[in-house]
Design a protein around this ligand. Structure first.
Ligand SMILES: Cc1cc2nc3c(=O)[nH]c(=O)nc-3n(C[C@H](O)[C@H](O)[C@H](O)COP(=O)(O)OP(=O)(O)OC[C@H]3O[C@@H](n4cnc5c(N)ncnc54)[C@H](O)[C@@H]3O)c2cc1C
Length: 410
């Protein structure tokens, strides 16, 4: 048993603290704010069993042209964003080549296929059943050609990874989701994904479980992390806290934090926005409006619309144009109702160019570990990569641990 510092209390850090605690370690979880207030609060709340393959960068010339011309709402960009992330985007482009993406998918699917099983005991032990629906997620289409293309992809996911799905005509889907106000061209339903009506509350409930089981949560900034004679220390209002090992789980902030320890990890920071609407009707499960690049999910605080990715530098002021365009675009299918004042939020998906999370020991820094870079699926994968990291810290190492290790990815 060792005293371990876990730094960063989003879904990934809280899950990591729980996994290490379960293996008998004494764990202190540190964050500069309360748990679950950042990306793990603002996401679409889907535990995505269907996400067997991570999102590649579009490579088809027509797709790229449409993005370049600003015709698509799922990805927007600024010149300064592209310039600031150029090395990461170049690596992302290369990793998105079909043969390399297929190899990444083979690893990724091993993670997402167990994600609901890894969340299940935490949901039960933290008394969070009331936050979770097991109704799947849907892709909704207006455009018949795109629908056909995604039906082929769903068949590929079923064949390659066993991801279950069912294809619906527009009228059939409207019977499934009576809150829609017109028939789409069609829908694909992935029944094995789960959704959470308040993602921040689930993260907080897991953090409370960690405390109930004897864990300690403190306020401290990762910038105070230092090597000591016996391991690592961090400092906050409660003083200096020491551990034999430290794990950085800082989501989109991890790349910057690692620079102090000599590791330069280029990240693709995909900003996303959300807002809540006082909608008159609720949906049974979240769905992606594929034409407008927004996910709609009925949540405790209202109907949450989350946007796709904006490639902008991290300090760029909020520009919720994707939300406004989403509002206009969905209006033929959905009565959103008024936007709830003050509900606007933005955060950043912590994406790595190789599309796999980085889970393992930091090369050349004895006792320093990382668990970050979960991109579009960190809420899904928190408990899964937490279990893998805890195994690795206790000395386990199979092919999956090796594929996710920083040494394999830098
Ligand atoms: C719009 C949008 C929709 C999404 N939808 C989904 C979805 O449906 N399903 C899904 O699986 N994923 C989704 N994601 C992705 C998911 O939200 C992220 O991958 C996940 O939340 C990352 O978790 P994390 O714990 O790594 O990071 P975070 O939740 O951001 O946690 C990082 C923590 O580090 C702390 N921190 C930062 N810097 C410091 C410092 N210097 N010192 C101390 N603490 C620090 C922060 O305060 C924070 O608590 C979505 C993301 C976005 C933006």
């Amino acid at each position: 048993m060792a005293e371990i510092l876990v730094i960063g209390a989003g879904m990934v850090g809280v899950s990591t603290a729980l996994a290490l605690q379960e293996r008998g370690h004494a764990v202190t979880l540190a964050d500069r704010r309360a748990p679950g207030q950042e990306t793990s609060h603002g996401n679409a709340g889907v535990i995505q069993a269907e996400a067997a393959e991570p999102y590649p960068m579009p490579r088809a010339p027509l797709d790229l042209l449409r993005h370049a011309l600003g015709q698509r709402n799922d990805v927007t960009w600024s010149l300064s964003g592209i310039a600031s992330m150029a090395p990461a985007l170049w690596r992302y482009w290369r990793a998105s080549a079909p043969d390399r993406h297929a190899r990444v998918g083979a690893v990724y699917a091993r993670l997402t296929s167990r994600a609901t099983d890894d969340h299940a005991p935490l949901i039960a032990a933290s008394g969070s059943e009331n936050l979770v629906a097991r109704q799947g997620i849907a892709l909704v289409f207006r455009n018949a050609a795109k629908f056909d293309q995604e039906c082929r992809n769903a068949a590929h996911l079923a064949g390659a990874y066993g991801v279950r799905s069912r294809v619906y005509s527009g009228s059939e889907w409207r019977r499934e989701e009576p809150a829609l106000q017109s028939d789409p061209a069609g829908a694909i339903h992935f029944p094995d994904s789960w959704s959470v009506s308040d993602p921040g509350a689930l993260t907080l409930a897991y953090a409370a479980l960690f405390e109930q089981r004897g864990g300690r949560i403190v306020i401290a900034d990762a910038e105070t992390l230092k090597r000591t004679a016996s391991g690592w220390s961090i400092e906050g209002p409660e003083g200096v806290i020491s551990g034999a090992a430290a794990v950085l789980c800082l989501g989109p902030w991890t790349g910057v934090a690692l620079r102090r320890f000599g590791l330069r990890i280029p990240m693709v920071l995909k900003r996303g926005y959300h807002a809540h609407y006082d909608a008159p009707l609720t949906f049974r499960r979240p769905f992606l409006d594929t034409d407008n690049g927004v996910v709609l999910a009925s949540m405790r605080a209202g109907l949450r619309m989350t946007t796709g990715a904006a490639l902008v530098p991290p300090d760029t002021p909020a520009n919720p144009a994707q939300l406004a365009r989403g509002e206009r675009g969905v209006s033929d299918l959905v009565t959103l109702g008024p936007r709830i004042t003050g509900s606007e939020w933005f955060g950043t998906r912590p994406c790595l160019p190789g599309m796999l999370p980085m889970v393992g020991a930091v090369p050349g820094q004895s006792g320093l570990w990382v668990n970050f870079g979960h991109g579009h699926q960190g809420f899904t994968l928190g408990p899964t990569t937490a279990a893998l990291l805890a195994e690795a810290m206790d000395g386990a190492g199979d092919a999956l641990h090796a594929a996710l290790a920083p040494a394999a990815q830098v």
